[in-house]
Ligand binder design. Structure first.
Ligand code: SF4
Ligand code: SF4
Length: 341
């Protein structure tokens, strides 16, 4: 790991240069919201926005894509269509989210479609300004030490730039004159102040301590029924969550031929059809069963398997759920055995 310093005014020039490697994408305004969009340069990005609607998982694990074309002789993979992309402005919680996806799609089982996109995507992180929905401090995800190629921390007058991979080094070598290694005492003090400031910003009140036990104790609690009464099964919480990864696979076949495509698209365990199987049996027919599955998987089962929750504290479920069901309200309700009004 190497940490360099860059003048704020040099970022734009740097991004112009790295576009030689691939398409540049970053957080950009779309009406009231912010989304990751392909951009020409820094001027089109909004680096002050706290979160995009959909996390950057959409680049590595698209909402819908064709895995391969097939006919009666065999199949041809579609992975070669994936472009080189540079994602700029990714926040620490979202990089933690990508690490969760890496664990599932590269380590547990190597998914060739995910692996191809991961290989062709450079992650350039950027520090963020937390809002009242962020809960990264409760999850220890407000800073990030690995999982990116470069990470830019904005210290007002300049950036500290973490180089996190050999590909990050390659990018720095494209414009070495824009970086310097002279980190002085004032820079260290500035950075320390920044860390304190950031921790002080996050005040969601989320408390994840003891969750596996709380879930175990509360597994049959009527609290779940109360929450399920409110839930609309809309699945928005799963779509916006950076670590949700359920998918479905369908074959699209041309009528009267044996040619077609095998497509993959995001699915949600909150949808009733998700657990509908052949013969019409649905093993999670009731909303309460689906809601309980989502939360126990994130905050209990995942800890048993990987040692930590699969929630990275991004706050998107807080910002998105139309009836205020999210990791904060659910954990609080379970802990206090009362659903907040
Ligand atoms: S918890 Fe909220 S966002 Fe998720 S399915 Fe229910 S209503 Fe929709
Ligand atoms: S559960 Fe909510 S806060 Fe946690 S990572 Fe998913 S969307 Fe973000």
């Amino acid at each position: 790991m190497m940490i360099l310093k860059m003048k704020k005014e040099d970022l734009s020039v740097f991004l112009e240069t790295v576009k030689e490697w691939g398409e540049l994408w970053g957080p950009a305004r779309k009406g009231e919201r912010v989304v990751f969009q392909r951009v020409d340069g820094l001027s089109q990005m909004d680096l002050k926005a706290t979160r995009t609607i959909i996390p950057p998982k959409k680049f590595l694990y698209p909402q819908r894509f064709t895995m391969f074309d097939f006919d009666d002789k065999g199949y041809v993979e579609r992975t070669e269509h994936v472009p080189n992309r540079i994602l700029f402005g990714i926040h620490p919680c979202d990089i933690h989210g990508i690490q969760v996806m890496d664990e599932l799609f590269l380590e547990e089982y190597r998914d060739p479609y995910y692996a191809e996109r991961r290989e062709k995507t450079l992650l350039l992180g950027h520090s963020c300004i937390p809002d009242d929905k962020c809960m990264c401090s409760a999850r220890d995800t407000e800073f990030i030490a690995e999982g990116f190629d470069l990470f830019f921390t904005d210290l007002k007058m300049f950036y500290l730039v973490w180089v996190g991979s050999s590909r990050g080094h390659d990018l720095v070598r494209m414009r070495p004159e824009l970086f310097n290694r002279n980190i002085g005492r004032d820079d260290i003090l500035n950075y320390n102040e920044y860390r304190k400031w950031k921790k002080a910003q996050v005040q969601s009140g989320a408390d994840f301590t003891g969750m596996p036990d709380i879930f175990e104790l509360g597994y049959n609690s009527p609290i779940w029924d109360e929450l399920a009464e409110k839930c609309l099964s809309c699945g928005q919480c799963t779509m916006v969550c950076p670590t949700c990864n359920c998918f479905n696979v369908v074959d699209e076949v041309e009528l009267g031929t044996v040619e077609g495509t095998r497509d993959r698209f995001w699915d949600s365990c909150m949808f009733r059809e998700y657990s509908l199987v052949a013969g019409g049996h649905n093993f999670r027919d009731k909303r309460v069963e689906r809601l309980k599955l989502w939360y126990t998987h994130k905050l209990q089962a995942y800890i048993s398997e990987f040692g930590e929750p699969s929630c990275v504290g991004c706050g998107r479920c807080v910002a998105t759920c139309p009836v205020d069901i999210n990791v904060v309200t659910v954990t609080k309700a379970l802990r206090e055995q009362e659903v907040g009004k």
